[in-house]
Design a protein around this ligand. Structure first.
Ligand code: OAD
Length: 328
């Protein structure tokens, strides 16, 4: 369907006060320029990069039942996706600017990197729908686990285990895995979507429910704007849909130009990046590809050891069997 609106119309409606309640939904695409690959972009996305690990299926790395017996892949890559390693992008700064101008009604993010808060979006305006890294528990007995030990685990890539002697569960950050429920507030907060007079969706393939359903809750007749590399979800089905296809960072700069906010946006971004640089937890570490290679090598070694062990047992049992048979 041809759109009734363009980016200039959106900017005009914001400038003349017709738009005052913007609800935003974000995904991994707003953090790719911070150095975190998204999940599903072919070749560069995390799920394609995990192929050498031969997981049963790519999302298994974030599935609670897989994690419960094989947490190693998750910890092998954790450091590369941890907020302690990342700085906000200009797209995050744009969200903070919307909040500063009292235009951000509510933000739903599927990202667990916490960069929205680092950029200055007030915490009461955000729902981290897929959780965050601020706390962690044993996946099995739910016991808490200390932050400093968790930090070491992320830094080294070693799986941390429950400190209770009678429990052998791996520790899991309080991020939402497949097979787990979203935070209870999700149901309450989604009532903000029909209150919006503009819905903005950025950097998400809209493949994972229930967040993927949020744009459908926007009132008919209000503009829904998608800023993404590709068209996703049901965008294009409504006359008031606008798809701005391209990089989030370029597109928010263009919108900021039309709004006359460009200098303010760049200044805000620069300040937040500098503030975050001073508080980064980890020095530059291995890249994601290096982390994956390391785990593949470790798994190969373990396979060789267990193949060797199997051969040794077979020989040993074979000898015993021969002796028993010989003794008969
Ligand atoms: P996806 O990887 O599924 O989608 C990212 C989207 O962003 C794709 O449509 C890309 O084309 C687009 N994109 C990438 N870089 C971009 C850029 N610089 N500018 C504009 N667009 C860009 O990531 P999500 O939709 O966030 O859940 O994935 C949703 C959930 O699936 C995640 O929260 C995670 C994952 O499995 C769990 O692990 C529970």
């Amino acid at each position: 369907m041809d759109s009734k609106i363009d980016i200039q119309t959106i900017a005009d409606r914001i400038k003349n006060g017709q738009v005052t309640r913007i609800v935003v939904l974000t995904g991994a695409g707003i953090s790719t320029s911070a150095g975190v690959p998204d999940f599903r972009t072919p070749n560069t996305g995390l799920y394609d990069k995990l192929a050498p690990l031969k997981l049963p299926y790519p999302e298994a790395i974030f599935h609670i039942s897989y994690f419960s017996h094989t947490p190693e892949p998750f910890y092998a890559i954790a450091r590369c996706r941890h907020p302690g390693n990342l700085k906000p992008t200009i797209s995050h700064a744009f969200l903070a600017l919307l909040a500063k101008k009292n235009l951000l009604h509510f933000l739903f993010t599927q990202n667990i990197d916490g960069l929205e808060e680092d950029a200055g979006v007030p915490a009461d305006k955000v729902l981290w729908a897929h959780g965050n890294w601020k706390s962690q528990h044993c996946w099995k007995c739910k016991a808490e686990y200390p932050d400093d030990l968790m930090k070491t685990a992320i830094q080294t890539g070693e799986v941390p285990y429950c400190l209770r002697p009678e429990c052998d569960g791996a520790i899991k950050p309080d991020v939402v895995f497949f097979g787990q429920s979203l935070p209870a507030e999700f149901d309450v907060k989604q009532s903000h979507v029909p209150e919006a007079d503009l819905m903005l969706v950025m950097g998400t393939s809209l493949k994972v429910a229930p967040c993927s359903q949020l744009p459908r809750l926007a009132k008919e007749g209000i503009p829904r704007v998608l800023i993404n590399m590709e068209r996703t979800g049901d965008f294009g089905n409504r006359e008031e849909d606008l798809c701005i296809l391209g990089s989030c960072d370029d597109d928010v700069r263009q919108l900021a130009d039309l709004l006359g906010w460009r200098d303010e946006l760049e200044g805000l971004w620069k300040d937040t990046v500098e503030t975050k640089r001073d508080t980064l937890d980890f020095d530059d570490g291995p890249t994601l590809d290096e982390c994956i290679d390391k785990l593949v090598k470790e798994m190969d070694e373990k396979l060789q050891i267990s193949a060797g062990h199997k051969r040794m047992l077979e020989n040993h049992l074979g000898d015993k069997f021969a002796r028993i048979m010989g003794g008969k």
